[in-house]
Design a protein around this ligand. Sequence first.
Ligand SMILES: Cc1ncc(COP(=O)(O)O)c(C=O)c1O
Length: 391
Amino acid sequence: MRDRFQEQLQVLRARSLERKLREIGSAQGPEIEIARRRLINFSSNDYLGLANDSRLREAAVAAIKEFGVGAGASRLISGTQSPHLRLESALANWKGTEAALCFSSGYAAALGTIPALVASNDIILLDKLCHASLIDSAKLSGAILRVFPHNHLGKLENHLEWAQRQPAGKRVLILTESVFSMDGDRAPLRELIELKKHFGALLFLDEAHAVGVIGSNGRGLAAAENLDEDVDVQMGTLSKALGASGGYICGSRSLIEWLINRARSFIYSTAPPPGIAAAALAAVNFLASPEGEERRRLLWERIALMHELLPRGGLNKKATDAVSAIFPWIVGDEQGAIDLASALQSEGFFVPAIRYPTVAKGSARLRITVTAAHDDAQIRSLCNAIERLST
Ligand SMILES: Cc1ncc(COP(=O)(O)O)c(C=O)c1O
């Protein structure tokens, strides 16, 4: 029998779209080891350098000693272990919401929540650059889906007007992100909220790349702009700046109780390991502390340096301000992005090439992420290498 998968892989290879796993023989951090070689790591979302922090490691180990490794079953079946409840109460406190609910990943949080909010006769309006977890969740919900061009308020308004003309009783849900994962820019939150209020829609905001990075105590973009009370559903992940793993939803108590009853990725999946919940709790406590604020300040110093030094020109125009820890370096052509990433790897840097379908065809790029754990010299040397290799 012909190997269909080999044939399909060959097609991907021919288009420079094949993906491969690379083994890392070390913890995440500003330096990692790949194939026994130390590389400076500009690929991770561990923005505050917490993934290998002793506070998180010790919290995880202590919880494993007390609660074991596995959670046993879904929380509705085998009971909720204390670390999950402690984490949820700390999350709600930190975000200033009535309640919170944890999931085993950010992806699972979206996948469980969005279909619990809307049904097949409702309407979802989705920013074109939303993450796959939001797109997949929107499709899974069965709601009527309309996509608006990235951050285009006029087109969103047109969709809202259209939704208003539909038979009464349809719920309208807007899905967007605070910081877009592959472009590093922000949503115009204030204007989005004005629109959603005017049209009586609901807003689901994915703060995955904003928590820990933006706003006092890293509470995210909505909190930074004093708009958190106007966001109906705040989603985030514990896997990026918080250095652990898992996803969460913060919102009203009735929303959370509804999700406990309706979010299928919560109901039908084993609870996250208690050690991970305890590590995430240590991260939330750290963020809420003066030391956490200091770490976030340090991150912004690194972001400012990267913004200043990263050469611009060609496809890469300089934005006036740096607004997140994500710096896309647009190459365009898929093979060109792979070649640049491997040239950088030969010089000792690990920077991922991002290609279709993660980004649009022909907009392949390096996705450079800077963290508080990088030092100035590492950022300078990367920017020099990009300048040299891109000309
Ligand atoms: C914007 C955005 N939302 C959600 C997720 C999913 O979060 P997690 O990695 O915790 O599943 C990601 C992960 O890459 C993301 O970038």
